[in-house]
Design a protein around this ligand. Structure first.
Ligand SMILES: Nc1ncnc2c1ncn2[C@@H]1O[C@H](COP(=O)(O)OP(=O)(O)OP(=O)(O)O)[C@@H](O)[C@H]1O
Ligand SMILES: [Mg+2]
Length: 238
């Protein structure tokens, strides 16, 4: 396999938080490779550092030590503008509590990432296309009838599908999901996993964090975070 097949490589990641005089060591040398087109679940107990790791992989946070390479480029060498572009265009985030904006409609929430970082003129030039893409994504999520609703007028499962639509708006190379079903009953959660599975079959690379073994089983590969390190479950894992 050529090294180009890796979309993401984490090497020797450490993360510590300083709490007064004490240092909380959360990640203690995480190595993880993600191939293009994979659907990987990161599983681990509450407090094991799953969210911390996911945030570092998506450049929302920085490691204390170690390297994250996205398509062979070291994220720590990105300038501020490049990092913002990376967060906005290369990765899409889905969170447990959706993080939708209640003042905006469902449609506006989905196309928001395309507005971000654009001048008024720039947005004016592309807004029709962006709105059409947002409508297409919402149709794909089965939400055509809900585009004018506000997030608080939706069920949990519908909110999460809006959040997935928003995460996909800029066609990210990598989708990062932190407990995407954590706030949903199991039937609704399964619906969200169906959406993720369908996206993955169409080629979307996904890294999902969960503390639930059954949810992790829906991914193509599972890795476990134990004592600050990744414990690879299957022998053929990277
Ligand atoms: N900003 C912070 N300052 C200090 N400690 C932190 C900070 N963020 C996280 N921690 C600590 O790091 C550890 C890992 O937190 P993290 O949120 O990554 O865990 P998690 O595996 O996602 O847990 P959960 O399954 O409950 O979401 C926890 O013990 C937490 O208290
Ligand atoms: Mg977490």
């Amino acid at each position: 396999m050529s090294k180009d097949d890796f979309i993401l490589k984490a090497e020797g990641l450490h993360k510590s938080y300083r709490m007064g005089a004490t240092e909380v060591r959360v990640l203690k040398g995480v190595n993880l490779n993600i191939k293009k087109g994979e659907f990987v679940a990161i599983i681990g107990a509450s407090g094991s550092g799953k969210s911390t790791l996911l945030h570092i992989l998506g450049a929302l946070d920085k490691p204390t030590k170690g390297v994250v390479k996205f398509e062979q480029r070291d994220l720590s060498r990105f300038r501020a503008g490049e990092l913002n572009r990376f967060r906005n265009r290369m990765v899409g985030f889905v969170f447990q509590f959706y993080h939708l904006l209640d003042e905006l409609s469902v449609l506006e929430n989905v196309f928001l990432p395309t507005m971000t970082g654009k001048s008024i003129i720039g947005w004016f030039a592309c807004r029709r296309q962006a709105k059409n893409r947002a409508k297409e994504l919402l149709a794909q999520m089965g939400l055509t009838e809900r585009i004018k609703h506000k997030p608080y007028q939706l069920s949990g499962g519908e909110r999460q599908r809006v959040a997935i639509g928003r995460a996909l708006m800029n066609e990210p190379r990598l989708l990062l999901a932190d407990e995407p079903t954590g706030n949903l009953d199991s039937a609704t959660g399964n619906g969200i996993l169906d959406v993720l599975e369908t996206l993955n079959r169409a080629g979307q690379t996904i890294v999902m964090v969960t503390h639930d073994e059954r949810i992790a089983q829906r991914a193509g590969r599972t890795v476990t975070l134990v004592d600050g390190k990744i414990e690879h479950k299957n022998s053929n894992n990277l």
